[in-house]
Unconditional design. Structure first.
Length: 438
């Protein structure tokens, strides 16, 4: 925090010296979250105690605009209370989240260079990971053409370990070495849609005794799809998305996988004056998976850079932090109901029915029922004022023997649940709540 205060002082000085010919803005946010984890992200085996902790994200954001140029930087401190000594002067919790420059080349063309968030559509494949305190940003070059409702963005990134004198080996785990992106969106009448193409290369690796060897070349994976397809008819909204992945996975296996979803939303306006309304959602998502024992090819879809906390239950047991990656896939039938009691208070209840996409076999080789479990998520949010909000939630998982088998045969505790309470200070951001999808 001391570094953030010093940075704020420096930026304030810059403001005084440049106010006459440029626009400078200083902003920030503070998120403090208490969590009780008794099966969150990884189911809790027998013999283990639940975890409880408090963590925060303090972010200082500065933007500087001059003529056709805009510069933005965001510095954040992410820590768990108590993980740093009270008398320690420096630590590794401070980092640069974003640092980019955007240049307006014409009324319709812009070029954005530097570390930046890629946050598109439903954040299923490309999201800023806002729920996770550290969030996600890419080192990227992005060209943007925008005219009316039509937007075309394309760009790419090329990553290295450092400023090397020889060779081009990239060793950062679970990240691409190179990436190319093209995305188009538009609105036609009551129909909103987008198209996405993403091609990435992962450094070739091979397992060796005592570690991993990095070889020359890259394994390339392509993701193409329709991330947004939404039709609005009065208070009814029909929506869906589809992604398909081809090429090779991180292990060099031939890849052919998909992710498809469809849902319907109905809004009921109870009292327009007070803002009281009820929204009901029913939908399904199917992510393809690979049958156990298959070694030469993969059918497992990976929503690689999305804010996956928003999907498949808030206990993050699927596709968050590597959970369920490269596995038997997932079928998620869900219903959601959100009641806005007034313009400041809401409560939401979600239910998920999970089953595997591919077959699961027990230790004796017999096929098991594909049902994995049911999760119930309760969320509550209260807007204290325009800058401060309070959010909390409770989730419970009721799992099956098949789920226990998929989780590497651990003997799991019968009760699997999770709860949190979060204070959010975001004075100048539209989204006052985090990690809740309707």
């Amino acid at each position: 925090m001391r570094k953030i205060v010093l940075l704020a002082g420096c930026l304030s000085g810059l403001l005084c010296s440049t106010a006459s010919f440029a626009q400078f803005n200083l902003d920030g946010q503070l998120i403090q979250r208490t969590e009780y984890r008794h099966g969150y992200n990884r189911p809790l085996p027998e013999g283990f105690d639940p975890a409880t902790f408090i963590a925060h994200r303090a972010r200082l954001q500065a933007s500087y605009q001059r003529s056709a140029l805009q510069f933005f930087a965001s510095v954040q401190d992410v820590r768990t209370w108590g993980n740093t000594s009270q008398t320690k002067l420096t630590d590794n919790n401070l980092s640069v989240h974003e640092a980019w420059l955007e240049m307006a080349l014409s009324p319709t063309w812009k070029l954005k260079l530097g570390r930046q968030e890629l946050n598109y559509d439903n954040a299923r494949f490309l999201g800023n990971l806002d729920w996770a305190l550290q969030a996600r940003a890419h080192d990227f070059a992005l060209a943007k053409w925008e005219r009316g409702t039509a937007k075309f963005h394309f760009g790419g990134g090329y990553n290295q370990d450092g400023q090397q004198l020889a060779n081009n080996t990239f060793t950062v785990p679970n990240q691409y070495k190179s990436a190319l992106m093209a995305r188009y969106e538009n609105v036609i009448g009551k129909l909103q849609f987008s198209l996405l193409g993403w091609n990435e290369g992962r450094q070739v690796t091979r397992p060796i005794t005592g570690g991993t060897a990095f070889g020359d070349g890259q394994h390339y994976r392509q993701t193409i799809g329709v991330p947004t397809l939404r039709l609005t008819l009065g208070n009814t909204q029909l929506s869906g998305f589809y992604y398909h992945q081809l090429g090779k996975d991180g292990n060099g296996r031939k890849l052919n996988a998909f992710d498809a979803s469809a849902q319907v939303l109905q809004q009921i306006n109870i009292d327009t004056a007070s803002g009281r309304k009820l929204r009901l959602v029913a939908g399904a998502e199917v992510l393809s998976g690979t049958r156990a024992g298959t070694s030469n090819k993969s059918s497992s879809f990976s929503p690689q850079y999305g804010t996956n906390h928003l999907h498949n239950g808030y206990m993050d047991l699927f596709y968050v932090g590597g959970a369920h990656e490269g596995s038997v896939g997932l079928k998620d039938l869900y219903v959601r109901g959100r009641l806005d009691i007034n313009q400041k208070l809401f409560t939401q209840l979600d239910g998920h029915y999970f089953s595997s996409y591919a077959d699961v076999y027990n230790a004796a080789g017999a096929k098991m029922d594909r049902y994995l479990g049911t999760e119930v998520d309760l969320s509550v949010g209260f807007l204290i004022n325009d800058a401060l909000s309070l959010q909390g939630g409770y989730s419970q998982l009721f799992y099956s023997d098949t789920f226990e088998r998929v989780q590497s045969n651990f003997s799991l505790k019968q009760t699997q649940n999770w709860a949190y309470l979060m204070l959010i200070f975001r004075p100048n951001m539209k989204n006052k709540f985090i990690g809740i999808l309707l």
